[in-house]
Design a protein around this ligand. Structure first.
Ligand code: SAM
Length: 355
């Protein structure tokens, strides 16, 4: 989120300057905008700190909600990943088993109803109380229709709200034993699951838990052959296209079927975040270049873990549910000029770069 705000301010200031030729003014706007951004970020952070010790302070929770309303205005259109996600059997199986093992006779909340499938798995286990929320009006209406046509609407509380806007005791008389979430994007931090979960802690009972509870970001050094340019190289045989070989250097690209992995090292845990602890909203990890000597790239993937169940977007042999709809990624190293690699996450993104 900070980076999105900074980018927005920078772009705005730069565009203004280009139109009017006022580069000096652009600098001033930039400084003011940056200061405003830092002030609002500091304010948000101080509210978040306060909420940790005063989870029932409605004023604080509502101020944070207002902040997020501005930042993430509610959307009202179909999202293109849903159909693919619903056909991802392993994702579905993970959440079905997660519900079966935990939610019977419990007070349960879900963040992000989507079209209602995980909610359906939870309802099947007969929770004592079940609330689910969806901020996208388009999905919310579809979920409502789904529950209605399947005679389930009276078995749950369905709200067209963001989790930031759900307040105890105004919206829910009960706090929850479990809050179930599935808010990972292909860049796992992009949907902002960390700030969402940190904020929702106020809705858990003292012994309450987020499920799944552990998030890991992992990397595997590999050698690979990139066949992505084979088509164009065949078509333009008369030309020397070697210059394209390092086109993706120092970038995270999707690990599609045209990338053939030839050798793999052991996996490295880059970040391990216990969502049921007081975790950090940003962190950094440096992968030493010695670990990377002789390798062309790093497969970067995530695992969401609960007990012995692992949901992942890459098969590293110890993951039981490999989900293809997210896809996994590979960071392309420059193995001639090897450098330490810095991993950094914040509220809404992961950055990987050589140092
Ligand atoms: C990956 S989908 C989850 C799909 C859903 N569990 C299902 O099986 O259909 C994530 C959903 O969470 C919603 N969402 C994201 N952040 C949210 C928040 N803070 N509060 C409520 N919904 C949220 C998104 O609009 C999206 O529909």
């Amino acid at each position: 989120m900070p980076s999105i705000l900074i980018k927005y301010y920078l772009l705005d200031a730069r565009q203004g300057a280009r139109c009017q030729g006022l580069y000096g003014l652009s600098g001033v706007i930039l400084i003011i905008s940056y200061n405003l951004f830092m002030d609002s970020l500091k304010l948000l952070e101080s509210l978040e700190e306060k909420l940790k010790t005063h989870p029932d302070d409605l004023g604080t929770a509502k101020s944070i909600a207002k902040f997020y309303q501005k930042l993430n205005p509610a959307i009202n259109h179909a999202t293109n990943y849903f159909i693919k996600m619903y056909q991802d059997k392993n994702r579905n199986l993970f959440y079905k088993e997660l519900a079966q093992k935990n939610t019977q006779n419990k007070d349960v909340m879900e963040i992000g109803t989507g079209l209602g499938l995980i909610a359906y798995y939870i309802l099947q286990t007969k929770p004592s109380y079940f609330m689910t929320c969806e901020l996208n009006r388009h999905s919310f209406l579809k979920a409502e229709e789904f529950f209605k046509t399947n005679n389930l609407l009276d078995k749950l509380v369905l709200l067209n709200k963001s989790s930031f806007e759900i307040f105890y005791p105004e919206d829910t008389e009960k706090k929850f034993d479990f809050i179930i979430h599935e808010l990972f994007a292909s860049n796992p931090f992009a949907e902002g699951f960390l700030p969402i979960i940190m904020n929702a802690k106020r809705l858990l009972k003292t012994q309450g838990k987020f499920l799944p509870g552990i998030f890991k970001l992992k990397a595997i050094p590999v050698n690979y052959i990139n066949h992505q340019f084979d088509g164009v190289k065949n078509e333009l045989k008369q030309l020397n296209l070697d210059c394209y070989n390092n086109y993706y250097e120092n970038q995270l690209i999707s690990l599609d079927q045209n990338i053939e992995i030839t050798t793999k090292a052991n996996s490295i845990t880059v970040f391990e975040i216990d969502l049921n602890s007081d975790f950090k909203l940003n962190d950094q990890f440096i992968l030493k270049k010695d670990t990377l000597a002789g390798f062309d790239g790093l497969i970067v993937y995530f695992q969401a873990i609960e007990g012995d169940m692992i949901l992942s977007n890459y098969n590293d042999e110890d993951s039981n549910y490999i989900c293809d709809h997210w896809g996994s990624s590979i960071f392309v190293l420059n193995n001639k000029h090897l450098k330490n690699i810095e991993f950094q996450y914040d509220r809404t993104k992961l950055e990987i770069k050589p140092l």
